[in-house]
Design a binder for this molecule. Sequence first.
Ligand code: PDD
Length: 287
Amino acid sequence: MRVFLNGRFVDESEAAISFDDRGFLFGDAVYEVIHLYDGVPYRLDPHLKRLERSLAGAMMEPVDMSLITRVIQDLAGREGREDPDAIIYIEITRGAAPRNHMFPGPDVRPTILLWCRPAPPPDEARVEKGISVITVADDRWAKCWIKTVNLLPNVMAKERARRAGADDALFVRDGMVLESTASNLFIVVKGVLKTAPVTNYILPGITRATVLELAPGVGVPVREEPFSVDELMAADEVFLSGTTSEVLPVTMVDQKTLREGRGPVAKKLKAALQEDVRREVAAGRGD
Ligand code: PDD
């Protein structure tokens, strides 16, 4: 596999990162995950804008986004063509320097890594039947809007879910349910779609924004407002949204079955998302 590392494409066997890299030592790095459909990066601009915001939020120097765009187009045009459903991963660390909490000087360049891999094959049974989740106390930091690789609380919550026989975990802060370990969260109450408002405590998901944009067009009113665990348990439908999860129904929370199979609103929004992907792919390929 080809990867882009620090200014050039190399074979993965040659792609080595220093043990002094601050991404490795401190989790001092930000990242993005972009879905490629038929070789077209979906919603590229908002992903790049969020990457710029994450860099600024992490007090990292801006990175030339035209370089990142060129690399994405290169990966999309080669590796992305081989698989109709692929993922581009971008990571930018503060660079490699002898371990010191203090930021290194301006001579230390950021480490920039991009690769493209086939997306994990969609589990159609799960999309139809829905997944099970547990609720966990949100013990993450207060800057969840920065897409940082500091994901220890997320991976531990995911593991707790696995050990409880569930698929994912929902973070709960001050009684309000926010998002899952790698997706945003929606509920449907009496036909109205609700999701936690954008605050420091969630990642402002690109798929979340897309769902909010598409919902009114398919007759689903939306409201960005906080909701509690009780509201979640009483909701008519629950689903996750994300670059890899797309629209994924949740049918069991803390071992309580909410419903059997995915609901009509999740179905409509999944179809609307697929239609939007088709539009963007057609535009991107110049069809
Ligand atoms: N995760 N919330 C969290 C905590 C996330 O990590 C993600 C994305 C989302 C959804 O954001 P988007 O729709 O922009 O993908 C919400 C990526 C996919 C990951 O970590 O792999």
